[in-house]
Design a protein around this ligand. Structure first.
Ligand code: NDP
Ligand code: OXD
Length: 309
């Protein structure tokens, strides 16, 4: 028996019908209707209420209904003996790459400056570098980062990426480990964050990193709000060290109405919308794990709690 806890935008009936395409006899309960909790062996969750998972005595699998699992690992009540699988959905990967390409092109083609000029009715063509003259750095070369990096390279940008372990991707300069971070920052005119939120990556977008980047460079954060030290970003924009920021995720979501990012001329805000979970495309991967659980076969997309992703 599967428990569904908060399906974000998709209604529970949609999850059930999509999952039943793969497992016709699947039974599902939707929180808060728990029924007999001893029946529940798998939970599909997004930011579950603390203590809920620990209260399920026969739980054998937790599935995050998002790619990130920081919401589960940060909760001390998440039972440590139950494996956690995360969402890996090729359509989510495509959606994130669309977001990253849109925002990199917006920065590359000086959209901020042209919008400001339009506001003043100024007709002035700006000097436009070619894509091969623009260095883009991607923090995180996992499911999302590697796809975005590859597509940016196809557009002609000079792309480099950063990962924990050494990665080799065709046409992408690779950096890894803590020593690689500053080297990547120094060569990045546009820096895209697609890291999981872990102990090592929290507050990684900070004054030290911004100071290492070329003057007038820009950042895009589509990972987690806690990657960014917001006060450091505001200071870097104020000093001109950074010229712009595109932010999809925030320390506090929804972004409070009084937050300075809303009206900042050098900041673009999107409401954690870069790559949403969609039951019709995510269900195949989730169902595969439920089938494996039933059959006692090895699970896929498992998270390593020690590394935090
Ligand atoms: P993956 O787990 O596939 O990839 C993570 C990447 O980050 C890997 O390349 C990994 O390195 C690297 N990494 C992790 N820790 C470190 C570290 N300490 N130093 C250097 N590199 C590190 O994750 P995904 O690509 O699927 O997702 C990334 C994040 O994107 C999610 O965790 C989530 O927070 C966010 N997200 C945001 C969405 C939105 O709508 N805004 C939607 C979906 C996801 P290595 O390759 O060596 O393991
Ligand atoms: C995710 C997200 O982690 O939507 O999937 O942020």
């Amino acid at each position: 028996m599967v428990l569904l806890y908060r399906s974000q935008s998709d209604p529970p009936e949609l999850w059930l019908s999509e999952l039943r395409k793969f497992i016709p006899d699947l039974e599902m309960r939707v929180f808060p209707e728990l029924g007999d909790i001893r029946d529940i062996d798998a939970a599909l969750v997004w930011r579950p209420q603390p203590g809920l998972l620990a209260s399920l005595p026969n739980l054998k699998l937790i599935v995050s209904l998002g790619a990130g699992v920081d919401h589960l690992l940060a909760d001390a009540t998440t039972p440590p003996h139950v494996p956690i699988a995360r969402l890996v959905d090729p359509y989510m990967t495509e959606a994130m790459s669309e977001y990253v390409l849109t925002q990199v092109l917006r920065l590359h083609r000086q959209d901020f400056a042209y919008r400001a000029q339009q506001g003043e009715r100024v007709w002035r063509e700006l000097l436009q570098p070619n894509a091969f003259e623009r260095r883009v750095g991607v923090l995180g070369l996992g499911e999302l980062g590697s796809d975005a990096a590859r597509k940016l390279a196809v557009l002609g940008f000079k792309v480099a990426g950063w990962s924990r372990r050494e990665r080799r991707l065709p046409g992408i300069e690779s950096f890894h480990g803590s020593h690689g971070l500053m080297a990547l920052a120094r060569r990045s005119d546009i820096l895209v964050c697609l890291l999981p939120l872990t102990r090592e990556t929290a507050s990684i977008l900070d004054a030290r990193l911004f100071a290492a980047m070329p003057k007038g460079s820009a950042i895009i954060n589509a990972a987690r709000g806690q990657h960014l030290v917001e006060a450091d970003l505001l200071a870097a924009l104020e000093s001109g060290q950074l010229s712009a920021a595109v932010l999809d995720v925030f320390e506090q979501e929804p972004l409070p109405r009084e937050h300075p990012f809303w009206r900042h001329p050098k900041v673009i805000v999107t409401p954690h919308a870069a790559a949403a979970t969609h039951a019709p495309t995510a269900a195949a991967g989730v169902a595969e794990n439920l089938r494996r659980l039933r059959a006692g076969r090895p699970l896929i997309n498992l998270v390593d709690p020690a590394s935090g992703y």
